[in-house]
Design a protein around this ligand. Sequence first.
Ligand code: SAH
Length: 356
Amino acid sequence: MPGRFDLSVEDLSGILGDEPAYRARQVWRSLYQGREPEEMTDLPLALRLRLADELVAGLRPVTTSVNADGDTTKWLWALADGARVETVLMAYPSGRVTVCVSTQAGCAMACSFCATGQAGFERQLTAGEIVEQVVRSGRASATGRVSNVVFMGMGEPLANYGAMWAAIERLHGDVGLSARHLTVSTVGIVPGILRLAQERLPVNLAVSLHAADDELRDSLVPINRRYPLAAVIEACQAWVASRNRRLSFEWALIDGVNDRPSDASQLAALARPLAAHVNLIPLNPTPGYLTRGTPPLGVRAFRDRLVAAGVNATVRRNRGTDIAAACGQLAAVDLLVGPGNQIVGQPPPAGSALTE
Ligand code: SAH
C-alpha cells in the first residue's frame, strides 16, 4: 500500500468508493494542508475513521531531537520498508521556517567529508515521501507551516530527478509554496542542472562546489571526475541564462585544505561572472573525516577576500551540531547525544520495524 502522499486523486477516488465525486479533491486538499483523517471534520465520522485506517503514512517518527537553542528540530523517520531518513526544521527570528528534506536514503556520491556519503546508498525516496517530510514539519512548526524548503538533506536530488521534481510540483501546487522559496542543492550533476533550467518553475539552485580546481575537487567530491569543473560551470552559465535564475555555491571550509587565499581567488573568479552567491559552511565534524573545519578567524578572512573580490558571500550559521543535524551530519543512525542536547522520543525497541 503506497503512503498517503503517493496516492493520485484517482487513487483517492477508488478508496472513497461510493462517496460523492467531490470528496476526493476535498480529502486531497486536507491532506496537503497537513490534516490527519481524524481531523477532517468536514467528513462524516464513519468515513474519517475508515480513512484513518486506509490512508497510511509513509513516514513513522523514530526520534525527534531539538537542539539546545530550541530553534532546530531533527526527525529520524522509518519508511514503510524500514529504510531511514532524516529531516531538519529550522526556525528563524524573522518568522521564516525552513525545512531541509532528504531525497534518498543514503547517497551514492561518496563525498569524503559528508556523513551521508560515508554511509553509502540505500534507495530512492518517492515523491510522496519527500512531500510528507514537508507536510509533517509544517504541522510541527510553531507557525503551523513552513515558508522555505531546501533539498539539502540526505541524498543527491538530481540523482532522483523524477521524484524530486514531482515533489516540487506538489509543494508548489498543493502545499502552496512559491518556487522562489524552494532550493535544490546538487553536487554538480550536469545533465540534471540543464534539465532543471528548462523546467517551468524557477526554483533556486545551489551547487556544492567546495573546490575551484579539478585536482582538489576530485579528492573531495568524486563525481567531479565524471562532471569536471568546466562542465559544471558551463551548466551554471546555462542556468543563469535561462530566465535569470538564482545560483549559489556552497563551500564547506576545511582547515588547510580549501581555505587558502588562492582558493578564495579561484572561487571568486568562478562566482563573480555568474553573480553567484557563496555560502560558506565551516566544516562540521563527521565520523569518517578527520580534518577539522576552518576556525572562525580563518572563515572571516576567507569571506572578506571573496567580498573584496566583488563576490556576495555569507557564512552559514552551524545549527544543530549538538543533535547531529547540521550540514553533512545526516546519517540516520541513532544519535550521539551531546551536552545540552534534549531528545524527545525514543528509538523503538529492536525488531519493531514497520510491517505494511
Ligand atoms: N547532495 C546534494 C544535497 C546535499 S546538501 C549536494 O551535495 O548539494 C548538503 C550540503 O552540505 C552540501 O553542500 C554538502 O557538500 C555540505 N556538506 C557535506 N558534508 C559537510 C560537512 N561535514 N560540513 C559542512 N557541510 C557539509
